[in-house]
Design a binder for this molecule. Structure first.
Ligand code: NAD
Ligand code: DAU
Length: 344
């Protein structure tokens, strides 16, 4: 692993991973390949460009553009591809699934083809716990469970996982897949629930909790996720998938209580609203396999929420321009006409 292509590296997890791997691997050269959608932001990588200039290169491009992908793989002498690039927000996938099918499914196929054409490059796919669908009772998802996605986003990610596996079986492509639980931390676009609620709270705007707020998520700190991905690149078994999460879920309302307390904001900001269509009530990962590989998270979900709340409180320069831009129309389209519910 000397010349790594990190697609989607200007997004939330991608930019954290770029920092992480440049710090871990003194000789590695990183090429970020990113379309710069609303979620991809060059300011996320400004410090990387300053601190690691000689080992960092940025290409603006679409992973659906095979010619541009191949030109980059060839010109940068790439030996490893890590695919973070995706449309990632469930609510946007409900409004308009088209870009999800394009980028998450077709784009992944384009990258797999490039990896195959250039001599079976090492390929790691960043996937999600959402591919397992809603998990009932006390069960936890294990890596060889059947995939049962329920949102357009989850269906597109599950399709990509199947393609990655097919390229391993058919062409012997050296692949691994990681399926992460909800990430939180610095540079997450404020459409996702934790940064949305933190930034709403900092502006004393209501926090729109979907339905009863009893849905369960495993909120893991992004740096922990990055460490696990790096470990899989170093020591993962080719052809295998790995769940990544703390293994401890909490309800959305519990998450809200923690962030309001950290920011010293009142519970009166909570506003229950009409639920998300097809809302998965619970994800729950069995993480024994990644633990056995030698990883463990540094942050509990509560520590991750508190640390994230402090980052947004202290870095208004990053999120205020986002909230004042495209985000306003998006917010109106998802929340404007949404029915308010009585307190639960
Ligand atoms: P993000 O939305 O913050 O960033 C996505 C990045 O991909 C952006 O930089 C965007 O510009 C880029 N991109 C989108 N379409 C592209 C295209 N066609 N070509 C090139 N670049 C394109 O996403 P994130 O939260 O950082 O998620 C990264 C990956 O991790 C995704 O694959 C997502 O499915 C997965 N994941 C996310 C979470 C989470 O909680 N955020 C959890 C598990 C897995
Ligand atoms: O589980 C991993 C997935 O986590 C990733 O693959 C996705 O890319 C990422 O977006 C995230 O999906 P979720 O749907 O779980 O995340 P989101 O932040 O949208 O919502 C988290 C929970 O909070 C979910 O139960 C819905 C609820 N929610 C969300 C929003 C945006 C609300 O109650 N109100 C809101 O306004």
């Amino acid at each position: 692993m000397q010349n790594i292509l990190i697609t989607g590296g200007a997004g939330f997890i991608g930019c954290n991973f770029v920092r992480y791997i440049l710090n871990c691997e003194p000789d590695i050269s990183v090429t970020v390949f990113d379309k710069l959608t609303y979620a991809g932001r060059l300011e996320n990588l400004a410090a990387v460009s300053e601190n690691f200039g000689a080992r960092y290169h940025f290409v603006q491009g679409d992973i659906c553009d095979a010619a541009k992908v191949e030109e980059t793989v060839s010109a940068r002498n790439i030996d490893t591809i890590v695919n973070f690039a995706a449309e990632t927000h469930v609510d946007r996938s409900i409004l308009d699934p088209d870009a999800f099918v394009q980028t998450d499914v077709y784009g992944t196929y384009v990258l797999l083809e490039a990896a195959r054409k250039f001599g079976n490059l090492r390929f790691h796919q960043i996937s999600t716990d959402e591919v397992y669908g809603h998990i009932e009772g006390h069960r936890r998802s294990v890596e060889n469970d059947a995939l049962a996605p329920r949102s357009p986003y989850a269906a597109s990610k599950a399709s990509a996982d199947l393609f990655v596996n097919a390229y391993h079986v058919t062409y012997d492509l050296p692949v691994t897949v990681s399926r992460g639980a909800n990430n939180i931390g610095p540079y997450q676009y404020p459409e996702k629930v934790v940064p949305l609620f933190i930034t709403n709270a900092l502006e004393s705007i209501h926090l729109p909790v979907y339905g009863d707020g009893q849905q369960m998520r495993d909120y893991q700190y992004v740096a922990d996720h990055c460490a696990a991905i790096y470990l899989i690149l170093l020591r993962g078994t080719i052809g295998e998938s790995y769940n990544i999460g703390t293994g401890a879920e909490m309800t959305n309302l519990a998450m809200v209580e923690i962030l309001l307390e950290e920011l010293d904001k009142p519970r009166a900001l909570i506003q229950h609203v009409e639920d998300r269509l097809g809302h998965d009530r619970r994800y729950s990962l069995d993480v024994s396999k990644i633990l056995a590989l030698g990883w463990e998270p540094d942050y509990t979900p509560e520590e991750a929420i508190r640390s994230t709340a402090r980052w947004y409180r202290d870095n208004r320069w990053w999120w205020q321009p986002i909230r004042d831009g495209e985000f306003k129309d998006y917010y109106e389209s998802v929340y404007g006409a949404r029915k308010k519910l009585e307190p639960h």
